[in-house]
Ligand binder design. Structure first.
Ligand SMILES: CC(C)(COP(=O)(O)OP(=O)(O)OC[C@H]1O[C@@H](n2cnc3c(N)ncnc32)[C@H](O)[C@@H]1OP(=O)(O)O)[C@@H](O)C(=O)NCCC(=O)NCCS
Length: 291
């Protein structure tokens, strides 16, 4: 383990073979933190954390790093570099090696990479109750952009009059990317393309036009729409939300009230932070945990 007296830590690129060790660390880091604060863990068990990291460590377009101390892995971090704005996380450090500077090293490693590959900037989502990560990211230059609510449950209203939700097709890609550019100023087209291939993506149509899309209604999915009505149709259509829940900008009071009136509950509050390009989105949106 690194210590104040022996801080020797090496950062290297992660390989798929690292995923089970890192998955266990990821689970231990989140479960230790969340149980201390009385919140549910982001992952139901180490297998789920390993599954997510194994997917990220083997995805082209995702840059992943591990930190080693005396030949032992003590933490990992990832950068989704498929868009002009990079998405950072999940970063986790072995609970026995926290608060010794390893997190800062793993953040610096992916930020250096994002500076080369993601010209417009980088973003991350932080658990609002975690003082240490807030302090670390702020001191590294991230600005707070949006308070978020992680929401879970099964919406009572299953459909919205005038809106039809259907699976997204490859032919929807350009329309959805155009919508994202109008709302956010950039698109996450590679992410959406993959989600369409994996059949998790949906679109909503209103008055014969595509007015919103989601890569999936989940913690790891994002959604963008012209109006709250379009977003309500997509939220209402979901049988369940993947992972801890969907992330909803808390300042969108009308949409949050609609969700609460529809039996969704707040799991925890989170914070979207960014460096670089950020414009106030011009529409309804749900960021993913890697937005
Ligand atoms: C968050 C996490 C990745 C940070 O990694 P770490 O190795 O523990 O953090 P570091 O030691 O590199 O940096 C912590 C910094 O925050 C500072 N800090 C810690 N608590 C603080 C507080 N309450 N107020 C102000 N500063 C604080 C430390 O002094 C240190 O600052 P420094 O680099 O200027 O000395 C790690 O603690 C972790 O895995 N947590 C559990 C999982 C998690 O929350 N992941 C992040 C998801 S968003």
């Amino acid at each position: 383990m690194p210590s104040k007296t022996n801080p020797q830590v090496v950062v290297r690129v992660a390989t798929p073979a690292d995923s089970s060790v890192c998955g266990q660390i990821c689970y231990d880091a989140f479960s230790t933190l969340s149980s201390k604060h009385g919140f549910p863990c982001d992952f139901p068990g180490p297998e789920a954390a390993t599954g997510v990291l194994s997917m990220l460590f083997s995805s082209p377009g995702v840059y992943c790093v591990v930190a080693e101390s005396e030949g032992r892995i003590v933490g990992s971090n990832c950068l989704d570099e498929r868009a002009m704005i990079g998405g950072i996380g999940p970063i986790t450090i072995d609970p026995g090696a926290q608060n010794l500077g390893v997190g800062r090293m793993l953040m610096q490693a992916v930020m250096d990479r994002a500076n080369e590959r993601c010209p417009a900037g980088m973003r991350l989502v932080q658990a609002a109750y975690h003082n240490r990560s807030l302090a670390l990211y702020t001191s590294l230059g991230f600005d707070i952009r949006e308070p978020l609510c992680c929401l879970q449950g099964r919406p009572r209203e299953r459909s919205v009059a005038g809106c039809a939700v259907r699976p997204a097709q490859p032919t929807d890609l350009e329309t959805c990317n155009g919508l994202s550019r109008r709302v956010h100023g950039f698109d996450r087209g590679a992410d959406l393309k993959q989600a369409i291939k994996e059949k998790t993506a949906i679109v909503v149509e209103r008055a014969g036009r595509v007015t919103g899309y989601a890569t999936s209604m989940a913690f790891f999915g994002h959604a963008t729409a012209e109006t709250n009505l379009d977003m309500q149709a997509m939220i209402g259509s979901a049988e369940s939300f993947g992972g801890p829940g969907i992330l909803l900008p808390s300042r969108n009071s009308a949409l949050l009230r609609w969700c609460l009136a529809n039996d969704l509950h707040v799991v925890q509050t989170m914070t979207l932070m960014s460096i670089g390009l950020y414009n106030e989105p011009a529409g309804a949106w749900l960021p993913s945990i890697l937005f």
